[in-house]
Design a binder for this molecule. Structure first.
Ligand code: APR
Ligand code: ZN
Ligand code: ZN
Length: 359
């Protein structure tokens, strides 16, 4: 039995319970978590914005140590430090064949099947295949990435979602070039990773925008050159900061119609608007035909930073070792499993950076 934060029903508060975790079956790996980040997608899965079968153990940004492997697992061994990949690709589907593993049609396969049981015998689902809001978890071997040397294991949790996503948004999706200006909407864990990645890419102005003024310090520490509290005039202010043209690249890290539209309005003619935030179906964004023509901008979505985690993780680790990427600085709260509901509340109130559950 291991302790876990269990979502018993959509919108119900998480309950700390002992759960019955099986030994890893063929092709599976069991991990003792060192840390798990609290991501806005966990909140969205818990409140019904994103679909989640219940009861479930959420949490998809995790790092820990392998404790056991199932038959035929050769990629890792007990004792290995690892980071979890919440969208393991199959290597066989249409999109894997195109070398776009972030779109793999089988990436969510494990999330739809029970992986453990509650103490009273009910089947439990793993949030985004990972279920890291628990002392231990069991995941497919493909979801386990060996942690390169020189990265502290607890901080490494952040690599699994916020940092792969944020780095990928800048490096793979928007393809930011040195000197380009970047506007970043939403300074949560993901936005902070985007800001750091923009700085690493050699961006010129990096303008961070949030509704919460208390995000300014975090944004500047990550590398933002300017900070704006979002108002209806934000796009105009960003144009003023970028030679009146607008940002070469705007990255939306909130998942709301108004911020997607504001990011688009802040982008220069011919620039790129990249949407990283995940919103619900009710978030409808509209554009006129004339403005689509006139501004000639590119609007694109982005899944898991359009990353191949196995290839990108070593690159990120090198940035950490070289002191270019600060993982610990993104963390503003270190909590236990009991603190997750309060971390969700803080997120809704626009407080703090990343909250890390430390085991
Ligand atoms: N304008 C600007 N900023 C906003 C607005 C708004 N209208 N509404 C919310 N924000 C800010 C919040 O104040 C917060 O700082 O957006 C930030 C979101 O951060 P988190 O809640 O910490 O979310 P994070 O985990 O970073 O995820 C961001 O990416 O992966 C997706 O599902 C995730 O959609 C979410 C997004
Ligand atoms: Zn996430
Ligand atoms: Zn695939």
């Amino acid at each position: 039995m291991v302790r876990a934060a269990v979502l018993t029903a959509v919108n119900a508060p998480l309950v700390i319970e002992e759960i019955d975790l099986p030994r890893p079956g063929p092709g599976q790996v069991r991990i003792r978590l060192a840390a798990a980040g609290v991501c806005h997608s966990d909140l969205s899965l818990s409140n019904g914005t994103l679909r989640q079968p219940v009861p479930a153990v959420l949490g998809h940004e995790g790092a820990g140590t392998v404790t056991a492997v199932g038959d035929d697992v050769t990629s890792v061994s007990p004792g290995d430090p690892v980071v979890l990949n919440w969208a393991p690709s199959c290597g066989r589907c249409h999109f894997c064949g195109l070398d776009e593993p972030w779109l793999c049609v089988n990436a969510m396969a494990a999330a739809g099947a029970p992986y453990a049981r509650t103490a009273d015998g009910r089947e439990l689902y793993p949030g985004l295949s990972s279920a890291v809001f628990a002392e231990e978890t069991v995941v497919p071997a493909a979801a386990v990435l060996p942690l390169p040397d020189g990265v502290p294991l607890t901080d490494a949790a952040l690599l699994g979602c916020a940092v792969l996503t944020g780095y990928g948004a800048i490096h793979h999706a928007a393809k930011v070039r040195p000197g380009e200006s970047v506007a970043v909407f939403g300074v949560g864990g993901v936005g902070l990773a985007v800001i750091q990645a923009a700085r690493i890419a050699g961006a010129g102005a990096v303008v961070a925008v949030d509704i919460s003024s208390e995000k300014e310090q975090l944004a500047r520490k990550a590398g933002a050159t300017d900070f704006l509290v979002s108002t209806p005039d934000t796009a105009k202010q960003i144009r003023a900061l970028t030679g009146r043209h607008g940002a070469d690249v705007a990255v939306e890290c909130v998942g709301r119609a108004e911020t997607i539209r504001a990011a688009w309005d802040s982008t220069r003619r011919g620039g790129r608007t990249t949407v990283v935030g995940i919103g619900g179906k009710e978030q409808q964004v509209s554009f006129s035909a004339l403005e689509l023509f006139h501004f000639g901008r590119t609007l694109s979505g982005c899944v898991y930073g359009n990353c191949d985690p196995a290839q990108d993780l070593p690159v990120l680790a090198e940035h950490v070792r070289a002191g270019r990427l600060d993982l610990g600085g993104m963390v503003t709260d270190r909590i236990t499993l009991e603190g997750i509901p309060a971390a969700f509340d803080a997120m809704l109130a626009g407080r703090g950076g990343r909250t890390l559950v430390v085991f």
